[in-house]
Design a protein around this ligand. Structure first.
Ligand code: GLN
Length: 547
């Protein structure tokens, strides 16, 4: 049966709870344990799939097709454990499940209340698969004291009581602000946060304190005394220059040891950290750099393309170069020539996106990359835009466009080279969708196979003829145009197993131009960079040598 670690946050948000959880997961693995990480989010959306990336950052898609919080991306990148539907839940999901049960009559006439019905639903979620791993790490979104977080905090309090003593641990992440004038790290906000926790019946066993520098002995002792934890369980989380230093940094601070001590696991297995030492070495000792432009819409908020930025970093690590990413707003090219903006980059990436805004600019970026022979990676919408560019400017389909934009505008303006997919095969099932369907959870989501053409660039890059990648889209390139486009040199080098859905396109007379309908970035890890990103950065490095 698993041991449970509950991770909460206090004082302010964005302290890196997700990263701390992921790093702890990696450290427990380094000690030989199996782990699973989960995120419990107090917001009322049923899942983040319908939230704007401006609000919530990227939506991370799992193999089994769940649209989840971006923290699940951190969990996967640090532990390599593929996340699944049952690793992410929100208040919205919990309440809608409770209400569904109520309508079905499952509660046998009882009055439905937050305690015990909502808290029971949360506890049932936490328990899923508890026999399959050594440690289950559950991160609670938001901060202690938030009204909407209360049912979750109450549920994890009860959970600790339900389980035998010593099977649950509470880790609390806070901030130690540094007051320049007095030259002091302040412990008071942390004391208040722990007091707040105690008022709802929770007592942290471990305090992880974000601070700009090390925690002096005096402050550590004060925190231990006032917050009722052992001094060794006050862990400093100093700002790091790379997130991939987190496992080693937390290990140096004694986090994994404190966790094992709290569970009274003795003697603790020795950790094997060679994987993370290699990762850290690659991050900090590049032998050159490459400049890559990401031409997208959500460029103000880097979290909107979190996994892409990380996958590029991994590609750089594999090639021993530092990838310098610059975010270029696609809308600029709606009216301006992209050349002055894009010259000087070693490669161009056009990421996924929704809606028409910025798409003419993305099409121009694809054209620039094709004509100037600059390495190009188009992801999802980035592939669709590359196909539209090919259709318009090479195959002579002058009005080529996507049905997505006509649907949005409510009028027909384009020849639909990219069309709304209404029926497809998932495993042994046929999935059907209508244009007016609900927005939440209705896309082609999750892992699907693709077959690669022998002798194509992608078959070479993957070193395989069959791959499995994660999807998240409603629209699809129409194979009706395949012959016409292939005659122009745009090869459809990856197709769905039934041959109906184009998965990958590539220009045959270009050093590196690949568009993929799926999201390869979601599967990249620092210790196992994704082959497409690895080769894309290699191609960028080649051009940097030529310049
Ligand atoms: N908007 C496009 C579609 O729905 C692309 C989606 C994406 O890039 N993830 O097909």
């Amino acid at each position: 049966m698993a041991r449970f670690i509950f991770i909460t946050g206090g004082v302010v948000s964005s302290l890196g709870k997700g990263l701390a959880s992921a790093a702890l997961g990696a450290l427990l693995q380094a000690r030989g344990y199996s782990v699973r990480l989960r995120k419990l989010d107090p917001y009322l959306n049923v899942d983040p799939g319908t939230m704007s990336p401006f609000e919530h950052g990227e939506v991370f898609v799992t193999d089994d097709g769940a649209e989840t919080d971006l923290d699940l991306g951190h969990y996967e990148r640090f532990t390599g454990v593929p996340a699944c539907k049952t690793d992410s839940v929100s208040s919205g999901r919990i309440y809608s499940d409770v209400l569904e049960k109520e309508r079905r009559g499952d509660y046998l006439g009882k009055t439905i209340q937050v305690i015990p019905h909502v808290t029971n639903q949360i506890k049932d979620f936490i328990r899923i698969g508890e026999d399959d791993v050594d440690f289950m790490l559950c991160e609670i979104g938001g901060t202690v004291g938030d009204i909407e977080g209360l049912p979750f905090f109450e549920a994890i309090r009860q959970f600790g009581q339900d389980k035998p003593r010593g099977q649950c641990l509470y880790m609390h992440l806070t901030l130690l602000p540094f007051i320049k004038a007095s030259g002091e790290l302040k412990t008071k906000p942390t004391q208040h946060s722990v007091k707040e926790m105690r008022s709802i019946g929770l007592a942290p066993d471990i305090l992880v304190c974000r601070s700009e520098g090390p925690i002096p002995e005096k402050e550590r002792a004060k925190l231990a005394l006032f917050c009722n934890v052992r001094p060794e369980s006050v862990i400093a989380a100093q700002d790091l220059s790379s997130i991939y230093d987190a496992p080693l940094a937390y290990h140096r601070e004694g986090l994994d040891q404190a966790v094992l001590d709290a569970f009274q696991i003795s003697p603790a297995p020795r950790p094997d950290l060679t994987k993370w030492e290699d990762v850290s070495d690659r991050v900090h000792n590049p032998e050159g750099d490459v400049k890559i432009a990401i031409v997208g819409k959500y460029t103000q908020l880097e979290d909107a393309y979190k996994s892409i930025a990380e996958a590029l970093t991994h590609g750089g690590m594999a090639n021993r170069v530092k990838v310098k990413v610059e975010w270029v707003d696609a809308e600029i090219f709606d009216t301006e020539d992209p050349a002055p903006y894009l010259e000087g980059f070693n490669a161009i990436l056009v990421p996924g996106g929704f809606g028409e805004r910025g798409t003419e600019g993305k099409i121009k970026a694809a054209q620039f990359a094709r004509e100037r022979k600059v390495p190009y990676l188009g992801i999802c919408l980035g592939m669709q835009m590359a196909v539209i560019e090919a259709a318009r400017n090479v195959a002579g389909v002058k009005t080529a466009g996507s049905e997505e934009f006509d649907h949005e505008a409510g009028k027909k303006r384009f020849e639909p080279v990219v069309y709304h997919l209404k029926e497809w095969v998932q495993g042994n099932y046929k999935v059907k969708r209508g244009v007016g369907d609900d927005k939440g959870g209705t896309m082609r989501l999750g892992a699907y196979d693709a077959m690669l053409t022998e002798g194509s660039k992608v078959a070479d890059v993957y070193g395989s003829r069959q791959i499995e990648e994660r999807h998240r889209h409603r629209y699809e390139v129409d194979i009706k145009y395949r012959e016409q486009l292939e005659d122009c040199g745009l090869r459809f080098s990856g197709m769905s197993p039934d041959g109906r859905l184009p998965e990958i396109v590539e220009w045959t007379d270009h050093p590196w131009f690949i568009g993929v309908q799926f999201h390869p970035e979601l599967k990249s890890k620092p210790f196992a960079p994704h082959p497409l990103f690895k080769d894309f950065v290699r191609a960028a490095k080649e051009t940097s040598r030529l310049v």
